[in-house]
Design a protein around this ligand. Structure first.
Ligand SMILES: [Zn+2]
Length: 322
């Protein structure tokens, strides 16, 4: 398959950490970098990512008077200021003025054709957080849910923190309608993996270090898995690509979505992750396209956005004669 073919396939990115996706910058430069250079969004749009969920841990820095809300507003301002790409923030069913009507992938503005990309934000509860800090993050997500925040992620050093610490905040998020994704099984921790699966989040990330009964539980749960091939190999969570659980989950038609995790840190792109899956697991054009398209069902945005994305994929399928 030619490089051009890969670019023509629309893609959906659901596991991307903002902090790793921007090049070196201080937090104070964040908004300016995102806005002036459009680094994040432009890189994704260039490879035909049509829907993107970016996750970030809201940061607070008392010495410069920066609150978590201030940090998130800087991120949003920065993303809104991107001019090279037409950015649409999405909602998860709460209703927003940013909802989308036009299904075209390109938008013409002043004679310049700009690629359109739908963007949702996930606020990350960090594993070093206390219950109170985690609750603050969820509260902030709720306050900002009409501004493009669609859910909560749990991430951070997998050997730090206890599931019981985050659980009250995650339950609170769920009770208030936020969708949840959890970094799950990055290191062996049988009890935690089981507890996370019992909690039934809308998605989990990685799912690398699972014991046999956890695989069984995952497969019967049908919880979609965000698969980050390069990240898992580089971090040696999985010894090599031939041992990756993608093959087994794919064979069982388990819901999955290919993601980058952290483009900057792992020097990858979503296109590269798809080419790696194709070459490693013997997937043809049709299988790759279907894998990319299936991700529509796992996004945290509302049904309106899902139908827009279906139209984009239908139109691409015709162009690609699939
Ligand atoms: Zn991650």
């Amino acid at each position: 398959m030619e490089m051009e073919w890969w670019t023509l396939v629309p893609k959906i990115e659901l596991h991307a950490h903002l902090n790793g996706s921007i090049r070196d910058s201080t937090l104070l430069e964040l908004a300016r970098n995102l806005g002036d250079k459009g680094i994040v969004i432009e890189d994704f749009a260039a490879e035909n990512v049509v829907y993107l969920e970016l996750r970030t841990t809201p940061k607070r820095n008392d010495s410069i008077g920066m609150t978590k809300r201030g940090y998130m507003e800087a991120v949003l301002e920065g993303l809104k200021a991107v001019t090279a790409v037409d950015v649409h923030f999405v909602s998860s069913g709460f209703g927003t003025e940013n909802s989308i009507i036009n299904p075209d992938i390109h938008n013409t503005c002043g004679g310049i054709i700009r690629k359109k990309i739908y963007v949702g934000l996930l606020l990350s509860v960090h594993r070093r957080d206390t219950t109170a800090t985690a609750m603050d993050t969820v509260q902030l997500a709720l306050e900002m849910r009409n501004l493009g925040v669609v859910g909560i992620d749990l991430s951070g050093n997998p050997v730090v923190g206890e599931w019981a610490t985050f659980l009250p905040a995650l339950k609170y998020a769920r009770e208030h309608g936020l969708r949840l994704t959890l970094h799950c099984g990055e290191v062996p921790n049988h009890e935690e993996v089981q507890a996370m699966l019992d909690f039934c989040p809308e998605r989990i990330g990685h799912a690398c270090c699972f014991e046999e009964d956890s695989w069984r539980k995952l497969k019967s749960s049908r919880i979609p898995v965000e698969i980050c091939l390069t990240s898992n190999i580089v971090t040696e969570t999985i010894p090599n690509i031939d041992k990756h659980h993608f093959a087994d989950l794919y064979k069982h038609k388990h819901p999955m979505v290919l993601c980058t995790d952290d483009k900057g840190v792992f020097s990858t792109s979503l296109t590269r992750e798809y080419t790696l899956a194709a070459s490693s697991f013997g997937l043809g054009e049709k299988e790759i396209f279907e894998l990319a398209r299936d991700a529509i069902e796992f996004i945290f945005a509302d049904d309106g956005v899902k139908s827009q994305l279906r139209m984009i994929f239908d139109s691409a399928a015709k162009k690609l004669e699939l």
